[in-house]
Design a protein around this ligand. Structure first.
Ligand code: M6R
Length: 614
């Protein structure tokens, strides 16, 4: 987590950096800071607790003249959020300033050694160790900043994306990465660096994604140079960004989350485009077509993911088991990586991640590759680490998701998983062609049906007022609706801070039913599917114990309508396609409850969009 920005070029350095920090704020927002090298060869550091707006207020009366600069928005790992722990950090002699995203695992060892050499520390962060180490190497070896950075990084265990500047040298920024993302933007008379391309796209479409252990040398008036830690020059692959500025703005909505919920008809159209062809008869996923042999010989599928992406993975299990007759396991990447997983070349490991940067998911991918498994990635952010570390994969193509709570990425992931299951089924002949046609046709209608479901917006806004002050919620579902219940509960808790539990409806009687009373609302996802009669029983069991029920039902449902306190009707769909449709009302319900409580839905407390630390 954390976002870093750097700029060396013409114009107002401070403005470019602060604008960039605003774009990266989704990565962390407990403190922010900026270091500016001014024309007199001094570095001014300004940093403060809180969001980037605070930093701007703090900087109002400061000297902001600069020729180059680096900036940071933090999500605390080592050391509480405080002015002192905020980045950038200075070296002891005040000559070097550095920003960092990642974690230095051996920081304690390095810190103790540096203290022995007389170094004084001013923060509790692991990052300060890096800048002190660079200073120490520079002074001891009497070398350039570039050489000091390279040599220091050789001693570091952990993850880093860093940008470093030094006093008396306003014409150079040194940047490097390992396991944390870093993008360099090449403009006409300026060079940018950032944790992702969003701060850069407004100035240039030409970017270079740094590889692990690559160091970028950014110099005024000279071309970008990349070297490895041994100072050997490496190739510069320039990529053209497809991102547009309008995708990064709220477009008239009060929050990114609401914009992203309402974008779903069009993001799902983008996700499906060119992949469901011949009026739904064929599913064309290049990642599958280019690797037919691997899919044909697969004996098992293992999903690895975190958070919302894990919920999508659980739906992937239902889809692949139902359509492809393959055993499927679903693992939290953070558990999987430390669980001695048994994998071999007959396994397909599918990693799902919106950001493409989640540290645990990346680590799981590396283990799977080592074990000889075929690794398939499902990501949103083009050029991120996961698509680069996997053998093949599919982008969900839903555009930048900025709200911390995942909405359009979830429906995009489920859409890709549905198409993936269908294309494997097509390849393996495990589903009759008529069934593929039927589902393909429905998939093409999903964007319009989502548009229809979004018309529930006002009803849900009114409904939210009744439940805003509930202290606990239960979300229940069976079969394909069980992962939807988990996702609905996660949405509510992460943005409204209300405790919510997602549960398989039939499991309720083994414990959670004891929680039910008139103060504990239950959200029950109960579309007409093969488990409908069973979930009607569960609805009755909740009602019999005095619980209030909000039910998501299929249009025209009469039975549950008579029992539940509120129903939200969604269009009838084949069972395996209901999750996309029934998750939309749950997104809106969480959004409005959080808004009624005055919460910051786009930047909920303690969270960050991209979890690049363990
Ligand atoms: O970028 P990823 O999909 O790998 O992120 C995984 C989780 O951190 C993420 O889904 C998180 O749970 C969201 N805040 C949920 O809304």
């Amino acid at each position: 987590m954390c976002g870093i920005v750097g700029y060396l070029g013409e114009g107002n350095v401070y403005d470019v950096l602060v604008k960039g920090l605003h774009r990266l704020e989704y990565r962390g927002y407990d403190s922010a800071g900026i270091a500016l090298v001014n024309p007199n060869g001094n570095i001014n550091i300004y940093k403060t607790m809180g969001k980037v707006d605070n930093l701007e207020k703090f900087c109002q009366d400061k000297d902001l003249k600069a020729l180059a600069g680096i900036a940071h928005t933090r999500w605390a790992t080592h050391g509480e959020p405080s002015d002192n722990n905020a980045h950038p950090h200075f070296s002891d002699d005040g000559e070097i300033a550095l920003v960092h995203n990642g974690t230095i695992e051996n920081y304690k060892l390095l810190k103790d050694a540096l203290i022995q050499h007389g170094c004084q520390f001013h923060s509790e962060t692991d990052t300060e160790v890096l800048v002190q180490l660079i200073e120490y190497v520079k002074l001891t070896n009497k070398c350039s900043l570039l050489d000091a950075v390279r040599e220091a990084l050789k001693q570091v265990i952990g993850a880093y994306a860093i940008a470093v500047i030094e006093k008396n040298n306003p014409d150079t920024i040194i940047a490097a990465r390992k396991s944390s993302p870093l993008v360099i933007g090449i403009g006409e008379d300026a060079t940018f660096l950032a944790s992702d391309a969003t701060p850069i796209v407004e100035y240039t479409k030409n970017v270079v994604y740094l590889k692990d252990e690559e160091v970028a040398v950014i110099r005024r008036g000279k071309p970008l140079k990349l070297v490895n830690l041994d100072n050997e020059e490496t190739n510069i692959d320039v990529t053209t960004l497809k991102l547009s500025i309008s995708q990064l703005e709220k477009g008239g909505y009060p929050h990114f989350m609401l914009k992203e919920i309402f974008e779903q008809p069009s993001t799902l159209r983008d996700c499906i485009r060119g992949r469901v062809v011949e009026d739904g008869k064929r599913i064309m996923l290049n990642g599958v077509n280019d690797n037919k042999e691997r899919f044909l010989k697969a004996k098992r599928v293992v999903f690895v993911a975190c958070g919302t992406s894990w919920h999508a993975a659980l739906l992937g299990k239902y889809l692949i088991q139902d359509m492809c007759h393959l055993p499927v396991e679903v693992e939290y990447a953070s558990e999987f990586r430390y669980s001695n997983p048994v994998l071999d070349e007959h396994d397909i490991v599918i990693a799902i991640s919106q950001s493409g940067e989640t540290a645990d998911t990346l680590a799981a991918i590396k283990m799977a590759r080592k074990a000889g498994s075929f690794v398939y990635g499902i990501s949103n952010v083009v050029g991120s680490s996961i698509p680069r570390e996997t053998h093949s994969g599919t982008y969900i193509h839903v555009g930048p998701e900025i709200g911390v709570a995942s909405t359009k990425a979830f429906t995009g992931q489920v859409m890709v998983l549905t198409m993936l299951a269908l294309s494997i089924a097509q390849l393996k002949n495990t589903l009759p062609q008529e069934k593929i046609n039927e589902l393909g046709k429905y998939i093409l209608q999903i964007p319009d049906l989502v548009e229809q479901v979004l018309k529930l917006n006002e009803k849900i806004e009114r409904l939210s007022l009744i439940y805003t002050y509930a202290r606990n919620f239960l979300y229940l579902g069976r079969g394909y609706s069980y992962p939807v219940a988990l996702e609905g509960a996660l949405k509510l808790k992460e943005i409204s801070y209300i405790h919510a539990e997602g549960y398989p409806a039939a499991e309720m009687k083994h414990g959670p039913i004891a929680l039910i009373d008139e103060e504990m609302p239950s959200v029950i996802i109960a579309p007409k599917d093969h488990l409908y009669d069973k979930i009607v029983n569960n609805v009755q069991q909740v009602k019999a114990r005095g619980g209030n029920i909000i039910a998501i039902v299929t249009e025209g449902d009469k039975v549950i309508k008579n029992i539940a306190d509120h129903v939200l009707e969604v269009p009838e769909m084949p069972e395996c396609l209901t999750p996309i449709i029934s998750s939309i009302p749950l997104q809106l319900l969480s959004y409005y409850i959080a808004i009624n409580k005055g919460k910051n839905v786009d930047m909920p407390r303690n969270l960050a969009k991209s979890v690049t630390v363990e």
